[in-house]
Write a protein that binds this ligand. Sequence first.
Ligand SMILES: NC(=O)C1=CN([C@@H]2O[C@H](COP(=O)(O)OP(=O)(O)OC[C@H]3O[C@@H](n4cnc5c(N)ncnc54)[C@H](O)[C@@H]3O)[C@@H](O)[C@H]2O)C=CC1
Ligand SMILES: O=C(O)[C@H]1O[C@H](OP(=O)(O)OP(=O)(O)OC[C@H]2O[C@@H](n3ccc(=O)[nH]c3=O)[C@H](O)[C@@H]2O)[C@H](O)[C@@H](O)[C@@H]1O
Length: 664
Amino acid sequence: MEACPPSRQAESTAHSKPRHLNRSNPSSHSLSSTTSPGTSTPRSWSANEWLGGTPDTSPPSSGVGSPELKAKLTQEDDAVSTFEEPMTHCSRQGSAKSVCFVGAGFVGGPTAAVIAYHNPEIRVNVVDLNSDRVAAWNSSHLPIHEDGLLKVVRVARDGTLPVRLCLSGSTEPIGIQARNSNLVFSTNVVPAIAEADIIFICVNTPTKTHGLGAGSMADVSAVESAARTVAEHAKKGAIIVEKSTVPCGTARMIQEILRYHRQNHNFEVLSNPEFLAEGTAVENLMYPDRILIGSDRTPAGCEAAEVLKDVYSAWVPPERIITVNTFSSELAKLVANTMLAQRISSINAVSAMCEEIGLGADVDDVSLAVGKDLRLGPKFLQAGIGFGGSCFEKDILNLAYLARELHLDVVAEYWLAVLKINEDQRQRFARNVVRELNGSLRGKKIAVLGFAFKDGTNDTRNSIAVHVIRDLVSEMPREIAIFDPGCAPGDIEAELRATGLPTAQMERIKISSSWRGCVKEASAVCILTQWKHFRGRSLGTPPSDDTRKTTGLRTHQFTAHNSDDCLDEMTITELEAMRQQEVPNFTDDPLERLRPLAPCAPECNQCRDDEQGFRNQEPVDWAEVASLMREPRWVFDGRNVVNHDELQQLGLKVKGVGKGFPSP
Ligand SMILES: NC(=O)C1=CN([C@@H]2O[C@H](COP(=O)(O)OP(=O)(O)OC[C@H]3O[C@@H](n4cnc5c(N)ncnc54)[C@H](O)[C@@H]3O)[C@@H](O)[C@H]2O)C=CC1
Ligand SMILES: O=C(O)[C@H]1O[C@H](OP(=O)(O)OP(=O)(O)OC[C@H]2O[C@@H](n3ccc(=O)[nH]c3=O)[C@H](O)[C@@H]2O)[C@H](O)[C@@H](O)[C@@H]1O
């Protein structure tokens, strides 16, 4: 087997033209906008939180954007005359012209959208067997709620209008050309696969629930099935990319399926795991810590990796794109998730110790002190009721299963201990609730604030809340009321039903549409998700876990490396940020380049739900909560989000996680 040429990485770095995009100074410059002929009337531009970010308040580095941006914008003026002709506005020399994503889920949909957004010259087809999901991707109500996602989808799926705008200090208008649609969601799996130069497999890989390896081995049947369809229909030379999180060796399995069906063709199979986290998916995709590409270390494998690398190079700096062999890539994804989870379990283990030590030991203080060590860093040290979600648990099980297969039982036990702590943590929480309520929940109402597995997402899969509620409802309380500002009641109910709760218990669970209804006459409130809404309207500064969100736009930290003769989406994003900083009103479209959305039917349920969505939900008023609750008015803060002292002043009893204080 021949190794990849060592000069690859260096070559591509040398070819790119690094350029820092610096944040503009909003106070000293203003922009005015004139939409181009035939578009909507000009209106004042405004700030929004797209990408979930509050505007970056870091000191401005220069005047109207960076000198580079300024120069680029000036060059663009020449292009203004082409406004009437929508066109692909930034053409790069890449070898992929059409890519296909198989699986339009939490990973496939957003990843495809961001790739399409940054590569207007590549047609991106996203296919899924689930027609409801596809219909949602084609509507104004996306199936996944992520900050900034609708905008990215609209730009790429619907194309944009041409725009002219003026920077203050310059009399020359700047042109942003129209772009055509290059993102298509459909159920037409076969034609999309047949047309693609690159095919991303983004299907689900849950833990097996039956048969060999049930409860520990990953179920790769969806990958297998997708690979078979790909094998039957992919064109010669297409590159297959495994994006799903899979056991080591799955790329080889896909390769074998391809060989079996297409003996005369050679297909390269790459591993390209995804590292986005839900709630921050768009930001993570726009500014990834790294892109990992695993390939066979043969010339053909390395060449395929280069083709994929080129797609990401549209917006990711070359030094952030890592190429390794396929097994290392598959293994690295499992290890990354396991080690993140391991940190959470470590701090949760400490929280248990703090509670038992008493004497005022506080896990949040320990986290702060430990996280200040630069070698450790502050992230993933937030103690709570444990980690939930669709991936950590299954990926840890997957890694441990591999260790067992390799006869490394001690290693397997080591990883599985991360899950044991997680389980113990949530059980301890439920036990504490029952204990503080005199050992019985009979006749009592318990309010649950938060059901999503984390804030900022509507995903309820494997939420910790499900486990805690299951434990609490087995105590036969009068009622368990659940309120979550981001989850659809139907999803909450479906997730609970999937646990197979007996009818007698299920009947005791009610889903509330407001926090008021939820807490009314409750003896205890349990906070299970770290939504900022639960921190309270009038209480003091909440614990800061929002640092990741304030980095919504970080273009100034990145080196872009686009061709110098067109406005790429990163540059346009910076222009948008400049406008957003100047005018405080909220809009998703400060440059007014989005095409209007097709109107929904009157009485559209989704419109109603969106209106009630988590952005628009009012924060909890804890004084009112205190007045609505019944004795003994307990608040069990499973995410350490509320200010305990202030709640106690309102007459509430509060117990957080890892707070070694005696019960009030
Ligand atoms: N959810 C997350 O935040 C992350 C997930 N991952 C991994 O990405 C993979 C996908 O995860 P999600 O997107 O969350 O799953 P998902 O369940 O949201 O989406 C998977 C989609 O694939 C579709 N599908 C299944 N078989 C198909 C086939 N043969 N043809 C066409 N469509 C098919 C399903 O209908 C579904 O819509 C998993 O391996 C997961 O571990 C990786 C990083 C982050
Ligand atoms: O493979 C995946 O699916 C993804 O899994 C996680 O992302 P995600 O599960 O979406 O969200 P996280 O932010 O990691 O949170 C997971 C859980 O850990 C909990 N958590 C997180 C951080 C912390 O300090 N403490 C803590 O309890 C959260 O509340 C949540 O329940 C990883 O962070 C992603 O990098 C990875 O791509």
